[in-house]
Design a protein around this ligand. Sequence first.
Ligand SMILES: [Zn+2]
Length: 377
Amino acid sequence: MYVLIDALGWEILRDRPFLDDLLPERHRVETVLGYSCGAIPTVLTGALPSRHGFWNYYYRSPETSPFWWTRPLRYLPKRFREWRGTRRIIQMISKVLAGYGGYFSVGNLPVDRMAYFDLSEKSQIYEPGALAPTRSIFDELETNGTAYECYNYHAHSDEEILALMPSRLRESDARVYFLYLSGLDAYFHYHIDDADGVSEQLAFYEQGLRAIDDAARERWGKVRWSIFSDHGMTPIRQTVDLIGEVERLGLRVPEDYLATYDSTMARFWTENEDATVDLRGLLDGLRYGRVLTRDELAELGVLFDDDRYGELVFLVEPGTIICPSDLGRVPTAGMHGFHPREDPCSYAVYLSSHAPDTAMQHITDIFPNLKAGLFPT
Ligand SMILES: [Zn+2]
């Protein structure tokens, strides 16, 4: 049983019971800088973003942008350009034009910047070949001819997955199950400060997973469990208007610079020396974050040769969010995407019924262990 539970942080589990008897092996694992769209491919492949290519949701690529055709819309009055109906129509047309099959959302990216960006997550990633050329756990399962079943939000809610599994275990001959449960992430974003609510949610998941354990034992006699997460969740204490501060510099998009604002990071590309100096001057003077050096980005596994995810990456301090950002305009109670080592709440978990085969310190260590579990030697 492989279960990926989005946002199940080490700090959240530290003082709470969660399947302690079934999962005696409990490890705190470091995540990668960024969000699930970079961390989950890392969990599934064991590779860092700079190798598998998936980091943040938006990356600069005017040539491949599904929004290329929106360029003339920048001349419309802002009120009409950013109107909800306009944005919905843009999203619909772009999805059709680009032939996207999977998840497709323009998020909160403003219309006057969207023509310069492409989206990194285009397909269903819980399938063989989805992260090619990097091999994921699903490629290993397929190559090995292992009968397996995978359940995730594309077809079922968490409640449905937990309710369905006992009967699948009775009926199916599959020996491997991969479940991706995303509901806790959504809950923690809005209720991370509600300690009792968090405990209640965990108890609900624990109960569902115990019923799966009972059904699996009845069918196969014993069960090998690995439950792991992609990142944690950090309580938010402060929101900052970084977009406003940058816009007050009076630089022009795209003549001087281009930017995209994630919840905890801002990523910039500059076109001339003056713009670089102005921008660096502003960012270096802000007390709620700092520009990461190229050495730091390389060390964190998020430096790309072509700088498609940003030439300049500004990261805010743990507990701070950029709001509004290109990902949302509503402040949340919790967020992830802070420095993986400077924020204790960022750490993910690896819990298992058996001792890991290799050291378990980073989310890149999860894949080799899942793989080893498939083919015990
Ligand atoms: Zn999240």
